[in-house]
Design a binder for this molecule. Structure first.
Ligand SMILES: *[C@@H]1O[C@H](CO)[C@@H](O)[C@H](O)[C@H]1NC(C)=O
Ligand SMILES: CC(=O)N[C@H]1CO[C@H](CO)[C@@H](O)[C@@H]1O
Length: 338
């Protein structure tokens, strides 16, 4: 089993090196413009961030700093990765190329990188409007439903692209509202994709867990699962979708009654009891048919049984209303419901 996994990751690795080589041979100016990542020296980034003076945040994937791109004065974000895979710079460069070749309106754009010995840094575009977590949980007033619905669809499309549409299938493994960012027109852009793979020891597969927020991790990640890793992301998306609908975090202690603590349980109970209005209480201009559709999709995504979770293609079609959404069963049959 582990031999097979090692073989698979080796083949995938070789394939990527090949496509990387092909990429570097390609000299067409349009493609170069679109795909070439700028390679920075550590000193350049040290200067661009004023000695890493303005820290924007710190997560499982390292610390993040704000900076100004030398030359054009554009705002950038520099992420310093924790030290792993020491001495394996070629592999790290290849993985960074894979990230850099993604191009989608719902993904944060990677502009360049720096690999010098054990130092590994990534340079991203800067987005001005904070994270989805700030947008949902830290506003005085709930953002309007229409905007939330659009953001939910944006996030789904970003994940769909990573899973199905970009050249190398990228499993995010650490999706949460904190690494989904908003630009100045409130378009949602997913960040940190491709890093889970970059930061896990080389040639090991699904067995390694990222130290993400456990809340967003699917239950089977605690055991050795034989299912495709894509369903991890589907699970996280389901939780995020419910949070977008209800504007609250998936575990909340300050609530009226005990069955509201876990968002998934509460949403399912409201769904079964025909009380979905409770989820968007006090809001005006809410399309309840759409809320119901979104809730059903969310409940399918967070099923305990990973084989019941729909692929992102279906998720997107169901959210858009193009595909019919069947009635979902209880997400975790083992839990007692009211
Ligand atoms: C996803 O959609 C296809 C049809 O496009 C369907 O055959 C398949 O059963 C769906 N999968 C799930 C898990 O809903
Ligand atoms: C949540 C947030 O920061 N919203 C801001 C997004 O950007 C617009 C325009 O720049 C601001 O008006 C919002 O306050």
């Amino acid at each position: 089993m582990s031999f097979l996994m090692a073989l698979c990751s080796f083949l995938l690795y070789r394939h990527r090196v090949k496509s990387y080589e092909k990429l570097s041979e390609n000299t067409s100016p349009v493609l170069t413009e679109q795909f070439t990542l700028r390679s920075f020296t550590f000193n350049e980034l040290d200067e661009a961030t004023h000695g890493f003076g303005e820290e924007l945040g710190r997560g499982s994937f390292g610390a993040v700093y704000k900076g100004i791109l030398p030359g054009n004065g554009k705002s950038i974000v520099v992420k310093r990765l924790p030290k792993v895979n020491e001495g394996d710079t070629d592999w790290v460069r290849t993985e960074m190329m894979v990230i850099g070749r993604t191009n989608h309106r719902n993904l944060v754009r990677l502009l360049g990188f720096c690999v010098e010995g054990s130092r590994k840094l990534l340079v991203y575009e800067y987005l001005s409007n904070g994270s989805l977590a700030d947008f949902l949980f830290n506003m005085n007033e709930r953002p309007v439903w229409k905007e939330r619905a659009r953001i939910a669809l944006d996030v789904a499309k970003g994940i769909l692209y990573l899973h199905e549409e970009c050249e190398a299938c990228i499993i995010h493994c650490n999706l949460k509202p904190h690494n989904i960012l908003l630009d100045d027109s409130l378009t949602a852009k997913i960040s940190d994709f491709g890093l889970a793979k970059l930061l896990r020891p080389k040639h090991t597969s699904s067995s390694t867990r990222t130290k993400g927020t456990e809340w967003y991790s699917a239950p089977e990640r605690q055991s050795s699962a034989s299912v495709s890793e894509k369903v991890f992301d589907v699970y996280s998306f389901g939780l995020i979708l419910l949070e977008i609908i209800c504007c609250r975090s998936n575990i909340e202690v300050q609530v009226c009654s005990a069955d509201e603590i876990l968002l998934s349980t509460w949403v399912y109970n409201c769904f079964v009891g025909g009380e979905l209005k409770k989820l968007v209480e006090g809001e005006k201009e809410v399309d309840m048919r759409m809320v119901e559709r979104f809730v059903k999709v969310g409940l399918w995504c967070i099923q305990d049984d990973p084989t019941l979770r729909p692929p992102m293609k279906n998720v997107t079609l169901m959210l858009e209303g193009t595909m019919n959404v069947p009635i979902p069963p209880s997400p975790s049959p083992s839990l007692p419901h009211a």
